[in-house]
Design a protein around this ligand. Structure first.
Ligand code: ARG
Length: 578
């Protein structure tokens, strides 16, 4: 907003020279020197064949005496802009009363994230999908989209067949089916790894597990009914974990939800002559012309060779079993039948990237995704331990999502105890989550990164708990201050904080366009630390000048609501005290 205002002034001043309007303004690259800057004089002077420094000076001299901005020129021809007291106050008021841009107005967006597989313990990758997807869901709502969220459970594959086969092998399956034995999460958690191991060693067992999988996929009883019960047990556990990490969904659909449309979808591909048989499997070609990927030459005179273009997508296995991709395609068909969203946005591990390109192309080819509908996929990188290797538990096992959460909550509790804080049992959860989410979302989305649990739980530095702590500190000052009247007559001492608030404000749109929340995280941190410097250099509660004091408190209120708003998007809960 404010940058647009400055651009307008510069363009207005430039007009006296009869120049084309094209000034652009950015945040200052040297915050000590100025608040905003424009480098446009260089290009303009070139166009006018004049001297850039003289040109910049001419424009600036025309803008002297503006009561909100101080303009100056720095060699070779930068135009620097500094806010006056009035400019600071004006900007702060704009931030307090402004509304974010609404690119989503009138648009519906269906968001697909999480995707845990039932019957198996959730792993760390699912946590990333939960964190990132949940934050985007909240951001999209804020930017005006009409959002529907769907967890898209992996509920139609082999794990459930393996559990059934394992129980059958152990001779208890019938009793679980009849209800003589009680089915629980513990039973599933024990049977799955055992079955999975047995499958690798025993061909007959593997074949039986596949047969059972096919049975419930074909809705054969009693397996289909038993599958439903396995699903219910698993889903209630997934819901419990989602509540723990402040994630929720409108829809709890899964790969199974669209099975009734699989036939229809296969028919569409066949009818439109898009499907072909290959070794008994039904496939659809999705490569596009001219899309070959060049293979690097070993020597300069070697003939250029190309890698296989985008491989075809398998719609149906030769045994007639459904494929994961077909489940996704049938799901798009179903979503369009029910909601016709303008956009569908998926969040998965980056290794599924090609798979989504194939699915999207297949849907566009077959008209299953209507013209104009946008299909987006965001892939995220892998998390490793400090040593760059996969995260392990204390006893050396692969770290699952719940192991990680418990570890974080435990460490958060240790920290609270060592700080001597009085706390309720929910506080460690909020702090642990904040540490996790902030660390996770601070990294640009597609990159792999390493996890340093002790560092991300610190109450100082670029961490979630630091942001929470800052917000709590402000809450306590405001509580002590009691009632006051808002006073937006800000001074130079408020400038740094107001400028960070302004950047925080624009980081919402940056995160949106980049499809990565790292800029919002960075802006939250910069706001919190600008506040800390302000707090250290200025005595807020003991300020004797009442006007000054109420301006300080007004700024604090604005910082608090801005931090809370940002935390809300990231899914971080701000406690009352910590
Ligand atoms: N269940 C999948 C997995 O664990 C993730 C699901 C991703 N979403 C989707 N629509 N395919 O890898």
């Amino acid at each position: 907003m404010i940058r647009k205002q400055i651009e307008k002034l510069l363009n207005g001043a430039a007009k006296i020279e009869d120049m084309p309007e094209k000034f652009s303004v950015s945040f200052s690259a040297m915050p000590g020197l100025c608040d905003f800057q424009s480098n446009s004089a260089f290009a303009l002077a070139k166009e006018l064949k004049s001297n850039p420094f003289d040109l910049a000076n001419k424009i600036v001299s025309d803008l002297q005496g503006n009561d909100m901005f101080e303009f100056s020129v720095a060699r070779p021809a930068f135009i620097n802009v500094k806010l006056t007291d009035k400019g600071i106050s004006h900007l702060a008021k704009e931030i307090a009363n402004g509304k974010l841009p609404q690119p989503g107005e009138g648009k519906s967006l269906y968001i697909d994230y999480g995707g845990p597989n039932i019957g198996k313990a959730m792993h760390i990758g699912h946590m990333r999908s939960f964190n990132i997807g949940e934050a985007f869901k909240r951001l999209y709502k804020k930017l005006g989209y009409n959002v529907i969220s769907d967890i898209f459970l992996g509920d139609w594959g082999m794990p459930m067949g393996l559990i059934m086969a394992e129980l059958e092998f152990e001779g208890t399956l019938d009793e679980y089916i009849s209800g003589e034995r009680e089915l629980s999460l513990a039973v599933m958690n024990e049977a799955y790894p055992k079955g999975s191991k047995r499958k690798a060693e025993d061909e007959t067992f593997k074949a039986r597990a596949e047969e059972l999988t096919l049975s419930f996929q074909k809705k054969k009883e009693p397996y289909y009914g038993f599958w439903k019960r396995l699903r219910d047990v698993s889903v209630s556990e997934i819901k419990r974990v989602c509540t723990l990490i402040n994630v929720d969904f409108d829809l709890w659909n899964g790969e199974s939800s669209a099975t009734d449309y699989v036939e229809t979808v296969l028919d569409i591909f066949k009818f439109k002559n898009l499907a072909t048989l290959s070794d008994g499997a039904l496939i659809v070609e999705v490569a596009e012309e001219g899309e070959q990927i060049p293979i690097p030459k070993k020597s300069p005179d070697e003939v250029q060779r190309y890698e296989n273009p985008m491989p075809p997508l398998i719609l149906q296995k030769s045994n007639g079993g459904d494929m994961y991709a077909t489940a996704d395609i049938a799901t798009i068909y179903m979503r369009n039948l029910n909601y016709k969203p303008d956009i569908i946005h998926y969040f998965t591990d980056v290794r599924q990237k090609q798979r989504f390109v194939q699915i999207f192309r297949a849907c566009k080819k077959a008209g299953i995704s209507f013209e104009g509908q946008e299909l987006w996929h965001t892939g995220f990188g892998t998390i490793n331990g400090k040593d760059g290797k996969a995260l392990k538990t204390r006893d050396g096992g692969n770290m699952q999502l719940l192991d990680l959460l418990n570890m974080l909550y435990e460490k958060a509790e240790e920290r609270l105890i060592s700080n001597g804080t009085n706390f309720d049992s929910d506080l460690k959860r909020k702090i642990g989550n904040a540490a996790l989410k902030f660390a996770d979302l601070s990294n640009s989305v597609e990159k792999d990164y390493s996890f340093d649990i002790d560092r991300m739980l610190s109450f100082e530095g670029k961490t979630g708990p630091y942001i929470q702590y800052t917000a709590c500190r402000i809450k306590s000052i405001l509580a002590k201050a009691g009632r006051f009247k808002d006073n937006f007559n800000f001074l130079q001492e408020h400038r740094a904080v107001v400028l960070e608030l302004n950047k925080l404000w624009s980081s919402y749109m940056t995160s949106f366009t980049e499809k990565s929340l790292n800029s919002l995280c960075a802006a939250l941190f910069n706001t919190a630390s600008a506040f800390s410097s302000f707090y250290n250099s200025c005595h807020i509660l003991s300020e004797e000048d009442e006007k000054k004091k109420s301006a300080h408190l007004t700024l604090l209120k604005l910082v608090l609501s801005s931090l809370e708003e940002g935390c809300e998007i990231l899914g971080i809960e701000v406690p009352e005290k910590m």
